[in-house]
Design a protein around this ligand. Structure first.
Ligand code: IPM
Ligand code: MG
Length: 355
């Protein structure tokens, strides 16, 4: 029996709806195992801009620092997307949060569900056996390098910079994650073109000497994009830089059938943050249509991080049972179509009555 202080940052669009289902399921876990989860809510993203002018208010950041873990919803609003002149953007809140909290590793597991193979645009035989983890560097590279404009604004640049220590810590995590799975690590880079990629390769080769039990291979990112579609089951753990990981993780979400199923964790030195990989889906907001599974499975990753393994397993089992029973939100094209809240209820009940 333990007590945990959780910061909940629901964010924009469908974020509040899906995080509500995640806390519902966490409450079922708390009741069953005698834990206490104390939630404190704070604004981030477009809602925070509306309230305070800042996508990451100081009070939100402070709350995160003082919490045991963070549950994050989604961020983004269309009114900023098509306005290149916008000075303040919701996404800045998320990027700052990652940087300020030192969340340098983003872990995105992707597995296929047997019941859902028909949802993927890929043929079932291609996605059979898919079970991989993308380990994406999250606080460096082109996202955070020097950027700007020259020549009266007619030249723009973004630089990709990586320091040895940033590469070492993420690649080490890649090896450790691989060891806990099927012991295969693929470094995805663009070492035929980029100097920063060559440094990644150099350091990864060095680390391989201390990790000889893990099979290591290298793949250029363009080829990796193709391989993810042609033969995704070949991958166990992929470790890669910030932007390559961003792109490849959206691509790999197709393998699971719906973006609405995939959770992620962002971890580093301090408090961990757990969030669905999907965005804020503004058109679907407030309609009880969003799939809460990605948020609920993110809560399971949160429990793993707090070393509550049995609790996390209960959540995953409840999700699997619901999917196997053919119930779900519209994106899953289920036999029995239900809304966000009913789906969350069902999974929460699954937690209560399983095991
Ligand atoms: C993600 C998102 C973010 C990113 C955006 C919202 C800034 O796409 O978490 O993958 O690019 O990292
Ligand atoms: Mg992304």
């Amino acid at each position: 029996m333990s007590k945990f202080n959780l910061a909940v940052l629901p964010g924009d669009g469908i974020g509040p709806e899906v995080t509500a289902e995640a806390t519902k399921v966490l409450n079922a876990v708390a009741d069953k195992f005698g834990h206490t989860f104390a939630y404190t809510y704070a604004p981030v993203g477009a809602v925070a801009i509306d309230e305070t002018g800042d996508p990451l208010p100081d009070s939100t950041l402070q709350l995160c620092r003082d919490s045991d873990a963070l549950l994050f919803g989604a961020i983004g609003h269309p009114r900023f997307d098509n306005d290149p002149s916008a000075k303040v953007r919701p996404e800045q809140g998320l990027l700052r949060l990652r940087k300020e909290l030192g969340l340098y590793a983003n872990l995105r597991p992707v597995a296929g569900y047997a019941e859902l193979v028909d949802l993927s645009p890929l043929r079932p035989e291609r996605i059979k056996g898919v079970d991989m983890l993308i380990v994406r560097e999250l606080t460096g590279g082109i996202y955070f390098g020097e950027k700007g404009r020259l020549n009266d604004g007619n030249t723009a640049y973004d630089t990709c910079t990586y320091h040895r220590h940033e590469i070492e810590r993420i690649v080490k995590m890649g090896f450790a994650e691989a060891r806990a799975r099927r012991s295969k690590l693929t470094l995805v880079d663009k070492a035929n073109v980029m100097e920063s990629s060559r440094l990644w390769r150099e350091i990864t080769r060095e680390l391989a000497e201390e990790n000889t039990d893990v099979e290591l291979n290298f793949m250029f990112v363009d080829n990796a994009a193709m391989q993810l579609i042609l033969n995704p089951a070949q991958f166990d753990v992929i470790v890669t830089s910030n932007m390559f990981g961003d792109i490849l993780s959206d691509a790999s979400s197709v393998l699971a059938g719906s973006l609405g199923l995939l959770p992620s964790s962002s971890v580093g030195a301090t408090v961990g943050m757990f969030e669905p990989i999907h965005g804020s889906w503004p058109e679907g907001a407030g309609q009880d249509r969003a799939n809460p599974v990605a948020a609920i499975l993110s809560a399971a990753m949160l429990l793993d991080h707090l070393k509550l393994r049995e609790e996390a397993t209960d959540i995953r089992r409840a999700v699997n049972t619901a999917l196997a029973a053919g119930v779900g939100t519209e994106d899953l094209r289920p036999r029995e179509r239900i809304g966000t809240r009913a789906f969350g209820d069902r999974i929460a009940r699954g937690v209560t009555y399983s095991g």
